[in-house]
Design a protein around this ligand. Structure first.
Ligand code: AMP
Length: 605
């Protein structure tokens, strides 16, 4: 039964109640956001009312939407002079914020968001500026360059956001930021976000913001000591494979896997089912009756894994839940405490495992503070761990089948007949039958082929020190660069998203890289057509990777990837817009993910 436990569920207003309407509301619903995060709930109404804001918030809290939604809500699309400027410390963050703006604006017509950062040629930026943009997201240095050259008109600017202000100052941008603040219209609205509030930031806020509302999200503290908390540092692209390994070796009974969005509940549940697990999605869109049915199935052991959003799992009380997995870390510690409290019910012990991407490491301190426990770091189970478990399960399956004496008796005659007629040792016949039962899936993983371990190891390398401009980009583990491919090594694929769906090359690279575990050098020419696009990928792409790519959605649409049979399919030189390869901490792994493991069926349904 789903009940709203009072300790867990203060009535949170929805996005509508915060003042978000029309196409912006539609876009966030489509993205699968169910409820505003605390920073959003506090910031959105204030910004919509026109007041300046100083927000203490970090990456992962949902702060981007907290400032982007109010900007988009009030944007005048007919005016193609920059109305909003977001300053971000690094190129990575600028691109990330840009992408967020684009996704929140996906249901608005003709909104142009431009990233402006150092290292990129001026040409692209200048022609985009000439065509007209509404929102600019840039690093302070390059914005200053444009202002000095007179190529950026900020005379109509209405909204200015300083994102990760403390980082910008640490990176030596203080002067640039102040100059930009001084050179923009005085009546603009300013929002400043910073993870920390050192005196320099306070001074900046006092000087350039007018009567700002200060918003910081305080987290409640409380959690049971019967819950063991562990975490694994793993980047986004490896999460599904890492989860599969954990599921193989971890002795679990019932499990809830938490993700951030409704859409992700569906896609992850589907992936887990494809790997042989009994998993189902629950989210705010799933009808109450269906949710209760899934929860009852979990209770009865007919279902092992629920993939859920916070809203769907509110107050859920099932004794059988031995494990909670935070596939995505929640946007606030309160949700974390609530989530892990779904296990360890009725005096039992429970296990909570959180996936933390390298950029999210800092959250551990917050979790520790909120739960008054230090989560321990876990290692990715090795191929040996997995193989030992698989062999044990294999043995168990034989033992269980031998227990069915009546059927064993019948087959014994058949086997004896075979042994007599073919003169083959019984052990060989048993091995042959094991091949039949196993199908094409190898029983054991090959440690020499353990790409997942290498990728996770890279995620766990200690961050490098650095303080100069741009070092943020190098703090994350990098994928070793490989030689560029020759043109003949690519095959063109067609995907069913095009200009009409407002897709950009960057999104295509990001989505395919994440889903298929592709590296940056795996992409050739991308050609965006009105109704579809073509993308060149390695000619020797394995069927497993293609299978994974088939499930990919871009701008909410299933891409239905297939080899391009259109005219000029092999070569497409009319590259559109020249895609940027995006460096991201959540960098995809090279090579395939693991095969579906051998697994004793856990239940009948
Ligand atoms: P940010 O702190 O802005 O970097 O956001 C962290 C992540 O949370 C991003 O992947 C967002 O897409 C996601 N996110 C932001 N707001 C919400 C929300 N209200 N519900 C679910 N996910 C969200």
């Amino acid at each position: 039964m789903l009940t709203d436990a009072p300790e867990d569920s203060p009535a949170t207003p929805g996005f509508e109640e915060l003042g978000i309407t029309g196409p912006v509301l539609k876009a966030i619903k489509d993205l699968g956001y169910e409820t505003p995060s605390p920073i959003q709930a506090a910031t959105i109404p204030t910004l919509l009312s026109g007041r300046d804001v100083v927000g203490q918030a970090q990456t992962g809290t949902g702060k981007t939407a907290a400032f982007a939604l109010p900007v988009l809500e009030r944007l005048d699309v007919s005016q193609k002079i920059p109305q909003a400027l977001v300053l971000a410390p690094t190129r990575e963050l600028a691109l990330q914020v840009c992408e967020a703006f684009e996704s929140y604006a996906s249901k608005m017509k003709g909104v142009h968001v431009l990233p402006v950062y150092g290292g990129q040629g001026y040409g692209v930026q200048l022609s985009a500026l000439r065509r007209g943009v509404h929102v600019i997201v840039g690093t302070p240095g390059r914005i200053m360059d444009h202002l000095a050259k007179g190529t950026l008109d900020l005379s109509e600017l209405k909204y200015l956001v300083l994102d990760e202000a403390d980082e910008m100052l640490k990176m030596g941008f203080a002067e640039d930021v102040e100059q930009i603040l001084a050179q923009t219209p005085s009546e603009k609205q300013v929002a400043l976000f910073s993870a920390t509030m050192p005196p320099q930031i306070r001074r900046l806020a006092q000087k350039y913001l007018s009567d700002p509302e200060e918003i910081s999200i305080k987290s409640k503290t409380a959690t049971g000591t019967n819950i063991t908390q562990r975490y694994l540092v793993v980047s986004y692209a490896q999460k599904v494979d890492a989860l599969t390994r954990i599921l193989e070796v971890e002795n679990f009974d019932g499990m809830i896997v938490f993700v951030r969005t409704k859409n992700e509940t569906e896609t992850l549940a589907e992936k887990l089912r494809a790997r042989g697990y009994s998993a189902t999605a629950i989210n705010g869109d799933v009808a109450q009756v269906q949710r209760e049915r899934s929860v009852n199935q979990l209770k009865d052991g007919k279902l092992d894994i629920l993939v859920a959003t916070d809203v769907a799992a509110r107050g859920l009380d099932v004794e059988r839940i031995s494990h909670v997995i935070n596939f995505d870390i929640p946007t606030d510690t309160e949700s974390y405490v609530h989530r892990i409290g779904r296990t360890g019910r009725a005096g039992r012990t429970g296990d909570a495992i959180s996936f933390i991407t390298p950029r999210e490491r800092y959250l551990l301190k917050h979790i520790e503070k909120a739960t008054r426990q230090q989560p321990t770091q876990m290692q990715l189970p090795t191929t040996d761990d997995v193989n030992t478990t698989r062999l044990a399960r294999f043995d168990d399956a034989i033992t269980a089948a031998l227990g069915d004496t009546a059927r064993v008796e019948k087959f014994r005659d058949v086997i004896s007949h075979y042994v007599r007629n073919h003169d083959v040792p019984e052990a060989d016949v048993a091995a042959a039958l094991a091949i039949v039962s196993q199908g094409d899936t190898p029983l054991l993983l090959d440690p020499a082929e353990d790409r997942l371990a290498k990728a996770v190891e890279a995620d766990n390398r200690p961050p490098r020190e650095g303080g100069a401009r741009g070092t943020r980009d190098t703090r994350e583990p990098r994928e070793p660069r490989t030689e560029r491919r020759g043109r003949g090594d690519y095959t063109a694929y067609r995907i069913e998203v095009g200009r009409r769906h407002r897709v950009e090359p960057r999104q295509i690279v990001g989505a395919l890289a994440n889903e298929g575990g592709l590296g940056r050098d795996d992409f050739g020419v991308i050609n965006i057509r009105p109704d579809f696009s073509t993308v060149e990928l390695p000619a020797n792409l394995s069927p497993t990777v293609l299978e994974k790519l088939r499930d990919t959605r871009i701008s909410g649409r299933l891409i239905e990837i297939k080899p391009d049979r259109g005219p000029g399919a092999r070569r497409s030189d009319t590259r559109e817009g020249g895609y940027e390869r995006r460096d991201r901490d959540e960098r995809p792994p090279r090579g395939d993910r693991e095969d579906k493991p051998f697994r004793k069926p856990r239940h009948k349904s």
